[in-house]
Design a protein around this ligand. Structure first.
Ligand SMILES: [Zn+2]
Length: 451
């Protein structure tokens, strides 16, 4: 908050801070793109409005069809934090309400462990208002979903923890790959192939501008009007994650999942105090600074009738609803239950969808070998009759990768491809979103093996 403080003093002393800031903002708006586009470039009113219009068009034109085969599709959010975690204040009521608005069927919680609760025994579990909750933790670089409490988990090495969880019929996923690209643990269920927090971490200009009140005022208008598209301004293709995922799958089957890393903890709150002061706090209500009301009123309109205790400004970049809608792991399962979800995740019957662009329900990536239809995660002998096929609710650009190499491209709402070599084959489906080509769906692999 140094910049607010510095800026405030500058305004009071009539210095040149104001004009300098305006010049900076104008420069940011119109600068020539000498480096890669980032969230700040995308957070201009015209761009966000254009993305919103594209999203509305997708929603109006997407098609639906009955999914063949025995499985139901469930939209799941993995890697979600509630108030059990030190860096979130989310109550289960608000998280479940947000999940329902986001179209989520199941939440797999990943709390930061602490001494005052057990993340399995005390964690959110079972159905609440129709949403299935599964307790788990984010610890030691992995997301773990054990069936029962893991004694002394804090003392275990990551590999021992993962083996212990697997031995007791639980699941583990490698998390935050950007911090551990060289890890290769056995007994994992899979790994993250996208993590919203990892995506956001690269937005260095965004986080420095979050300290700038003028910019916050400008972006607040966008966040209030287009909260989903404003959050999605930080979205980038997870190239490094997918490269590592392809390497891991070439070694052993891994199920790729998306990590919402939802905390609802990025933002700012300004509350009126007695005596002409205001309190500036983080989204977690941790006090950052106390300022004179007159300083803040220069940037943020404070109503004349506002009273001490009133929240006069609040900005939340990552509300649960938008965070949970942004991306999801869609599972093909026999039923919505703890067992049903685990069975699908272990089998690899899952795809990651950036549902903020469009609802990806109905997406299919299957293999046909002449005697039947096989879902993602299957092991299939290489055979001249073997065909990989896909269908999606919207037409886009299909990209088929084998062991990380692009081997086929097609456009439309479906594709088919005959593999000509063994290896882990997966699909990406890209859409043109207001002039920007973006990945919409990332499938899990089909494992084509020697006959
Ligand atoms: Zn996390």
């Amino acid at each position: 908050m140094n910049q607010i403080v510095t800026l405030g003093r500058g305004v009071m002393t009539g210095s040149l801070v104001w004009p300098a800031l305006v010049v900076c903002l104008v420069a940011w708006h119109f600068r020539i793109g000498a480096w890669a586009e980032d969230a700040i470039d995308r957070l201009t009113p015209s761009k966000v409005a254009a993305v919103h219009a594209a999203v509305e068009e997708f929603a109006a034109t997407r098609s639906t069809r009955q999914r063949p085969g025995p499985f139901h599709e469930y939209r799941c959010n993995l890697h979600v934090h509630s108030a059990f975690s030190h860096d979130s204040r989310g109550t289960i009521e608000e998280i479940v309400a947000a999940a329902k608005r986001a179209g989520t069927d199941a939440i797999l919680f990943t709390e930061h462990p602490a001494d005052d609760y057990d993340f399995v025994a005390d964690g959110h579990a079972g159905f609440v208002d129709g949403v299935l909750l599964v307790p788990g933790a984010e610890t030691k670089g992995v997301l773990v979903f054990p069936r029962d409490p893991v004694a002394e988990h804090g003392a275990l090495e990551p590999q021992d923890l993962v083996r212990r969880v697997r031995a007791r019929d639980g699941m583990s996923f490698l998390s935050h790959l950007e911090e551990r690209m060289d890890w290769q643990l056995d007994s994992l269920t899979g790994c993250e192939i996208y993590n919203t927090h990892a995506d956001a971490k690269e937005e260095t200009r965004l986080f420095s501008l979050m300290k700038n009140p003028l910019w916050l005022l400008q972006v607040k208008v966008l966040l209030d009007r287009y909260p989903q598209e404003a959050l999605a301004a930080l979205f980038d293709y997870p190239a490094e994650y997918l490269k590592r995922f392809d390497e891991l799958c070439a070694h052993a089957p891994h199920t790729g999942i998306s990590a919402n890393d939802a905390h609802q903890n990025v933002g700012l709150r300004i509350t009126l105090l007695e005596g002409g002061k205001v309190r500036v706090a983080s989204a977690l209500d941790e006090e950052l600074t106390i300022l004179d009301r007159a300083l803040v009123a220069a940037f943020i309109p404070i109503p004349d009738d506002a009273e001490p205790g009133d929240l006069v400004f609040s900005l939340q970049l990552d509300p649960y609803q938008q965070s949970l809608r942004h991306v999801a792991t869609h599972l093909l399962a026999m039923e919505l239950s703890r067992d049903g979800i685990q069975e699908a995740l272990v089998a690899g019957r899952a795809f990651v969808a950036f549902d903020w662009i469009a609802d990806a329900r109905g997406f299919e990536f299957v293999a046909d070998d002449g005697d039947g239809r096989h879902e993602m995660g299957s092991r299939l002998p290489l055979d001249p009759a073997l065909t990989l096929r896909g269908w999606a609710p919207l037409a886009g650009q299909w990209k088929v990768f084998n062991r990380g190499q692009l081997v086929h491209e097609a456009s439309g709402d479906e594709f088919s491809y005959r593999p000509c070599g063994v290896g882990n084959h997966r699909v990406e489906l890209w859409l043109d979103v207001a002039g920007r080509s973006l990945p919409w769906v990332l499938s899990n692999p089909m494992y084509v093996v020697d006959r």
